[in-house]
Design a protein around this ligand. Structure first.
Ligand code: 1GP
Length: 247
């Protein structure tokens, strides 16, 4: 529980800035370059995942990245095939907004014993996909319907159920490269109704997008695609300052 405890202690001080790395880019230099820049810019953690495809090169790249950064590297798996050694911790997610048993419990069943035997610290996380424009890869591959963007109460109700089932985190997801980030009401209502640690990601491309979601009650802001398009360390620093409330 050490990594989770440390992150939660930090969350009590300020919201956290997370940079997401795509495991499919672990064949390239971009993986470590973006990860190292995130650390230098003041990110609090690195997430790896979101894709639903495994990659044999991943453990080697994670080990390389670990030698370059002093922040936790947390797996955010798209499926059991991504549970590989080397991570400090992982989001043990269930796609609770969907009704596909594969992502509600089957991938977890395939991955659970591996997580245990590797000794990876797991954060129980209710993962929810919220509609934010054209269909995203996660919607297509998970074969689930997102929660409609104008139904924030549905998000809140799923979060309440997840908390009652013992989950401690929820990830409110617009999808990688989404046209726009999730509407604020989904965060506001979930914040009022639960004590879950709220992660918000997908389509966040400006520090203002991030700040608005922190003010609505998000505890962790995730950005990924923006850095794959252009690695701008000054903008990363600006994100860190806005999310940490130091602007
Ligand atoms: C995707 O929420 C993450 O799973 C990050 O989204 O790539 O759009 O920043 P972006």
């Amino acid at each position: 529980m050490k990594i989770e405890e440390n992150l939660i202690a930090k969350i009590k001080e300020h919201a956290l800035f997370a940079v997401l790395l795509d495991p499919d880019s672990s064949e390239t230099d971009a993986f470590c370059e973006i990860g190292k820049a995130a650390f230098e810019a003041g990110a609090d953690l690195i997430l790896v995942g979101g894709s639903l495809i495994g990659n044999a090169n991943l453990p080697k790249k994670v080990a390389e990245l670990k030698s370059l950064v002093k922040i936790p590297i947390v797996l955010f798996p798209g499926g059991a095939s991504q549970v590989v050694p080397g991570f400090d911790a992982m989001l043990f997610t269930s796609l609770v907004s969907g009704r596909n048993p594969q992502y509600l419990i089957e991938e977890q069943l395939k991955g659970g014993l591996i997580v245990k035997s590797l000794g990876i610290e797991a954060f129980p996380t209710a993962y929810m996909l919220i509609n934010s424009g054209p269909a995203t890869a996660v919607e297509y591959i998970s074969n689930t319907k997102p929660i409609p963007e104008n139904k924030p109460k549905l998000t809140m109700a799923h979060a309440v159920a997840a908390e009652l089932m013992g989950m401690r985190w929820t990830y409110l997801e617009a999808g990688s490269g989404a046209e726009k980030p999730i509407p604020l009401e989904h965060i506001t209502l979930t914040r009022k109704a639960t004590n879950l640690n709220i992660i918000a990601g997908g389509g966040i491309i400006t520090p203002q997008d991030a700040t608005a979601r922190v003010q609505a009650g998000a505890n962790v802001i995730v950005t990924g695609t923006i850095w794959e398009k252009k690695l701008d360390i000054n903008l990363m620093k600006e994100f860190a300052r806005s999310i940490h409330g130091r602007d």
